[in-house]
Design a protein around this ligand. Structure first.
Ligand code: AMP
Ligand code: GLY
Length: 416
């Protein structure tokens, strides 16, 4: 089978890499892709938001599976467009993608399904916002209702900042502050008429969202990640499956909009128990990178099973022992801005290291040089016997790469 991966980022490069290593996959295609993916995939120029163009490319190439990486095309219905051409597609329908596309919709589903999450109010006027901020008190949590590419959420003690953010959005969700560590639990989800939903949770991972060491500074798309979480309660995945993942996919099926694809539960382990911070409807970035580095099962049968309603016929994912750690290198100015055209050196020195690999995100080729082309430029992922070992190898890898203005956190997976 040939597979087409849609997207340009680190998550998509990690998917391409895992599919290229899968004996069941002949050729991997990526569109639009990035220079790192060119080592494992054939790249095609395409606008990923254009469902008809993606479907036409998939049909023309004769691929057996399309994997849509990012949320924006999923929310725009690109997976529906691909399926309507008769090509299996990993990724939810536009209707099911509303779990990420609208925070108010996600809250409504969670309430109906009894899924534990922060108490919240949907507000459209300044008066409603003021009343909700009074009701919950500081720290204030104000979320843009729609997709905002990681910039939609403000968590602050400053009432003025909270009010200003709300005023800048059409519709916001104001909610209770959740304390406690955050973890990401991803689940491969499939559905068919006869048997209903199938849910295969992956092992938990943790993401580092803030730009600076010690979790300070503004939120980013994610500066690093690791798996497994040896400190997490051993029954965490079972509990999350029972209280979050299953009720959510059951509720989506009950509504006639079954969810298939990857359901990402962003969770806070609060003093009062597990609470959902957010849902995403696609693989997380960068958590996907350490997770796929440790996945022992071939990836394509799982994705194809979810895409075709036959996930229950595929054995659940198995994991390699040990741990994996990913450290992201971002360009100068990130996350407020990003610097383009800075020459990146050193990635080729890691090309043959079995324990360490480089995943590209915001890179481009200019005059034969690899250069920066976005905020998160690339990421180094290492596997090791435990988190400390993988962490050491990842940072050794980071030390071999440089570009002007590179920023990376020194504390990814420290002390875990
Ligand atoms: P989201 O886009 O909903 O994941 O929010 C981005 C980040 O804001 C999360 O990863 C959390 O760190 C933080 N956040 C979101 N909601 C809350 C909440 N209710 N309480 C505390 N922090 C939150
Ligand atoms: N790691 C955060 C995200 O993918 O949204």
């Amino acid at each position: 089978m040939d597979v087409l991966v849609i997207g340009t980022g680190g998550r998509e490069h990690a998917l391409v890499r895992a599919l290229a290593a899968d004996a069941g996959v002949e050729t991997v295609h990526a569109a639009p892709g990035n220079p790192g993916m060119a080592a494992q995939a054939t790249l095609h120029e395409i606008e990923p938001m254009d469902g008809a163009a993606v479907a036409a490319l998939a049909a023309g190439l004769g691929v057996g599976l399309v994997v849509v990486g990012p949320e924006a095309p999923l929310v725009a219905g690109v997976a529906d467009a691909v399926r309507s051409r008769g090509v299996p597609c990993f990724g939810p329908s536009a209707e099911a993608a509303r779990l990420e596309g609208s925070k108010a919709f996600a809250k409504d589903v969670m309430t109906a399904a009894g899924v534990p999450t922060a108490e919240a109010r949907v507000c459209t006027t300044a008066e409603e916002v003021a009343a909700a901020l009074d009701a919950f008190g500081p720290p204030y949590v104000v979320k843009d209702d729609g997709l905002a590419a990681g910039k939609g959420v403000v968590v602050t003690d400053d009432r003025r900042l909270a009010t200003d953010h709300a005023a800048a959005c059409d519709r916001v969700v104001v909610e209770e502050y959740l304390d406690g560590p955050e973890v990401s639990v991803f689940a491969l989800c499939g559905w068919n008429e006869a048997n209903g939903p199938t849910v295969y949770p992956l092992q938990p991972a943790q993401d580092f969202k803030r730009i600076h060491d010690g979790d300070v500074g503004p939120n980013t798309g994610g500066m690093g990640a690791y798996t497994p979480l040896t400190w997490a309660p051993p029954d965490l995945v079972d509990e999350v499956t029972r209280t979050v993942l299953r009720p959510t996919v059951d509720e989506m099926a009950r509504r006639g909009t079954p969810f298939s694809g990857l359901l990402y539960a962003g969770l806070a382990l609060t003093s009062r128990g597990v609470r959902v911070v957010e849902f995403n409807v696609r693989f997380g970035d960068p958590e996907t990178q350490p997770l796929l580095a440790l996945l022992d099962s071939p990836l394509s049968p799982l994705l194809l099973g979810a895409a075709t309603g036959r996930l229950a016929d595929v054995p659940p994912p198995r994991w390699k022992p040990g741990a994996a750690v990913t450290v992201v290198l971002a360009s100068k100015g990130y996350p407020e801005t990003s610097s383009k055209g800075d020459v990146v050196v050193g990635t080729e020195t890691l090309a043959h290291d079995p324990a360490v690999h480089v995943i590209h995100a915001g890179t481009a080729l200019a005059d034969g040089h690899l250069v920066t082309a976005g905020g998160r430029v690339l990421a180094v992922t290492a596997v090791g016997s435990d988190v400390a070992d993988a962490r050491e190898k990842a940072y050794e890898g980071v030390a071999t790469i440089s570009f002007p203005g590179a920023q990376w956190r020194r504390d990814i997976a420290a002390g875990r």
